[in-house]
Design a protein around this ligand. Structure first.
Ligand code: 5GP
Length: 219
């Protein structure tokens, strides 16, 4: 019944430590038909991270080559490292009919917004700056200087919240996960995303009759 076989784009941003990565990974397990896009980065893998699973880890020279050959649909420098989304990867997921979820920073989301106007933009907030700091400290993988840098950057990112379509406060993970899932499902059920031809045929409705016009998604 869904009109377009091409997957939709869900862009998720949040300050580091807001729980965005876990939310984006877990939502692909509870909602069918959505895949997480794996970004390229020049940062080193953290403990437990695997190449081509969490990120594709590459050297700066390779990243520069990809930039100059136009391989990224968006890219940005975050915390001193380069991150980018490959156009080829994005297209491949969408062409298979999967929705795609992009876990990217606000600079990348702003670049995508001018290109994909029908994308869905979601921002995850931590419950407070104190909770965010606490979460960053518990990660232990980051030094004090790195934590300070991430908190400063968090404030800059939160400033951009009103550019997004949806806001989720990640206080309780299970609630935030349900909310993210609900956004994906609701967007899929929008009238304009439905196949009006299929509905008319199924229910023997003629276009424009009785004042209804399902093509336009409005009565
Ligand atoms: P981390 O290094 O902690 O995994 O990620 C740091 C930041 O980079 C996060 O805000 C994350 O969303 C962002 N990020 C990850 N991949 C991409 C990407 O492909 N493009 C952009 N612009 N940001 C990304």
């Amino acid at each position: 019944m869904v009109k377009n076989n091409r997957g939709a784009i869900f862009v998720v941003s949040a300050p580091s430590g807001a729980g965005k990565t876990s939310l984006c990974q877990e939502v692909t397990k509870i909602i069918e038909g959505v895949k997480h896009s794996i970004s390229y980065t020049t940062r080193s893998p953290r403990q437990g991270e695997a190449n081509d699973v969490d990120y594709t880890f590459i050297k700066e020279e390779e990243f520069s080559r990809m930039v100059s050959e136009g391989e990224f649909v968006e890219w940005a420098v975050v915390h001193g490292n380069f991150y980018g989304t490959s156009m080829k990867r994005l297209d491949a997921i969408r062409d298979e009919g999967f929705d795609v979820i992009l876990d990217i920073d606000t600079q990348g989301a702003i670049q995508l917004k001018s290109r994909f106007k029908d994308g869905v933009y979601i921002f995850i907030l931590p419950p407070s700056m104190e909770v965010l700091e606490d979460r960053l400290r518990k990660r232990m993988s980051d030094s004090e200087e790195e934590i300070r840098r991430r908190l400063k950057r968090a404030r800059e990112e939160i400033k951009e919240f009103d550019r997004y379509d949806y806001l989720i406060v990640n206080d309780r993970f299970d609630v935030a996960l349900k909310e993210l899932g609900a956004i994906i499902i609701s967007e899929r059920l929008r009238t304009e995303n439905m196949d009006a031809v299929w509905i008319r045929e199924k229910f023997s409705i003629q276009e424009g009759k009785n004042g209804y016009n399902i093509t336009a998604g409005r009565i």
